[in-house]
Design a protein around this ligand. Structure first.
Ligand code: CS2
Length: 509
């Protein structure tokens, strides 16, 4: 395909009429918002909301996209002047739109300097981020900064040449304090509970160690609202890029594909100017907690459950896993019977209807979300998606027979990646090596495996790990899911009564 048919500003006037274009003058945009972590999710979510806002002529705030980890942005988005195609796909339906809200991209993988230049600029008063759960360098089970993390060890010794997100942000704030002093909001858009609080904690942990006024300056000038974000947007594939080329006649190396559904609930606690995303569908609230629990435990909980049980059952994508009647029955029962009772009332949302809507979103055959992609970094996800509801239920003496199955699924998934289990598949998780080593030692002994994995206190808080009911369910789950018939085990659990499958009486810790 000739360069003339590649997505560029000059091509905008020649796009097929069915492709929606930015409805505002891009040349008039000025940088106002920075975003760290310009992956598929950001391009399908915050950048689209901002594009909607710009179409309403709000203040000409453009986005500056920064990547401090791969992939490089210059080669894709940069070459297209920040333009990219966002496809909404629902089964056979495709809706294309070129998003124009990203005005500049900055690669800062080799050194933090380019990122710091943007983040400390007086033009920027809002910094959003999607840096994945592990980007916060916190201990999942406690939320505290992980002082043993290699990047944190490095950054504590070299605060002016930081590598980690918390330290880059602390350094940017220090530069702001020392130069123009303008306030700024740091808005986490990752799926971790109380994401703003965690972000504030890890940034302040650095600021407090600087021994200057930085911590006080942050208290007076920086806001860390929590937010709940939602839209399923899997990693882009070559097939997605080809779809745009075949259907619409141009080449776009930065295509993203998402579902129709989108949601963004943000705590109304800002510093500095605020992009009024609430005018284009986002919701500003006093307390995001009920929304975040609902989303992480229901939608994300279902995805995590289907991904581990799905891989074990031989399914490639989440829509294929949920098309399996046993898995669909299992996940619906788990959410309705065990997860829903742990939620707080959510203004304007019926939890049971939300479950049905979430499950129905997962059946969309055009959203080819690989189970292995969702399974990535499970150690950073299972706390909020599965373990916290399990803890809540145990505290009330309620059954966890269903919620404990995907926890065992996560373990079985990592265990089967070990040498002892034939490296069944490749995994990506900060705890993968550790669990492979434990599996090499414990072999097929589910109790020994469970004991060893539950002892990882960065994931399992000690009280939960010691709970006899939880342990017994995890051991039974490992027995079933590591057997030759993991789907048979899922069916057996669904057939209930679930507690009858425990092999051993519950022992107290
Ligand atoms: C997924 C999420 O990979 C994952 O962890 O569960 O990215 C999920 O698709 C989004 O949170 C949906 O909003």
């Amino acid at each position: 395909m000739s360069a003339a048919r590649s997505l560029r500003p000059a091509l905008l006037d020649h796009l097929p009429s069915e492709v929606r274009k930015p409805a505002y003058d891009r040349a008039a945009l000025k940088p106002g918002i920075a975003h760290i972590g310009v992956g598929a999710f950001h391009r399908c979510h915050q950048a689209e909301y901002t594009d909607d806002l710009l179409a309403k002529n709000f203040d000409h705030w453009g986005l500056v996209g920064i990547n401090i980890r791969p992939p490089l942005l210059g080669q894709t988005l940069g070459q297209q002047d920040g333009l990219y195609t966002r496809l909404i796909r629902h089964n056979d339906e495709v809706e294309a739109r070129v998003i124009g809200s990203i005005v500049r991209v900055v690669d800062s993988q080799e050194s933090a300097a380019p990122a710091l230049e943007v983040l400390s600029s007086p033009d920027i008063e809002m910094v959003t981020m999607t840096v994945t759960e592990k980007g916060y360098c916190h201990i999942p089970s406690s939320g505290a900064l992980d002082l043993d993390h290699p990047d944190i060890v490095h950054d504590l010794a070299n605060p002016e040449a930081p590598r980690s997100v918390p330290s880059i942000l602390a350094r940017a704030l220090e530069l702001r304090m020392a130069s123009h002093g303008r306030p700024v909001t740091l808005l986490s858009c990752d799926n971790i509970p109380t994401n703003g609080t965690i972000l504030g904690n890890v940034v302040r942990a650095f600021a407090e160690r600087r021994g200057n006024r930085l911590a006080d300056w942050i208290a007076a000038n920086v806001a860390f609202p929590s937010a709940m974000v939602d839209r399923i947007a899997p990693a882009t594939t070559e097939a997605d890029i080809d779809t745009v080329e075949k259907r619409f006649g141009y080449r776009d190396g930065a295509v993203v594909v998402g579902e129709r559904f989108r949601q963004w609930v943000i705590e109304d606690r800002f510093a500095g100017r605020v992009p009024r995303w609430d005018r284009v569908g986002a919701t500003f609230v006093d307390d995001v907690t009920p929304f975040e629990l609902l989303k992480m435990r229901v939608l994300n909980g279902a995805q995590t459950t289907l991904c581990y049980l799905g891989v074990l059952g031989g399914f490639e994508h989440s829509f294929e896993a949920i098309a399996d009647p046993s898995l669909a029955t299992f996940v619906r029962r788990m959410l309705m019977e065990e997860t829903l009772p742990t939620l707080m009332p959510v203004p304007g949302i019926s939890p049971a209807a939300y479950v049905e809507q979430s499950l129905s979103r997962l059946t969309n055959t055009a959203i080819r979300h690989r189970n292995h992609q969702i399974a990535t970094d499970g150690s950073q996800k299972i706390v909020q998606r599965l373990l916290n509801p399990i803890r809540d239920r145990l505290a009330k003496g309620k059954s966890i027979a269903l919620l404990s199955v995907p926890v065992a699924g996560w373990m079985a998934y990592l265990v089967k990646a070990s040498a002892r289990f034939g490296r069944t598949w490749q995994v990506s998780d900060p705890f993968a090596e550790k669990i492979a080593a434990l599996a090499d030692r414990a072999g097929l002994d589910s109790k020994a495996l469970a004991d060893a994995i539950l002892a990882i206190d960065a994931i399992f808080d000690p009280a939960l790990a010691a709970n006899a009911t939880f342990r017994a369910h995890v051991i039974a789950g490992l027995d079933g899911l590591l057997s030759n018939d993991p789907m048979g085990f899922v069916r057996q659990v669904c057939a209930g009564p679930t507690d009858a499958r425990l092999k051993q009486p519950a022992r107290s810790a």
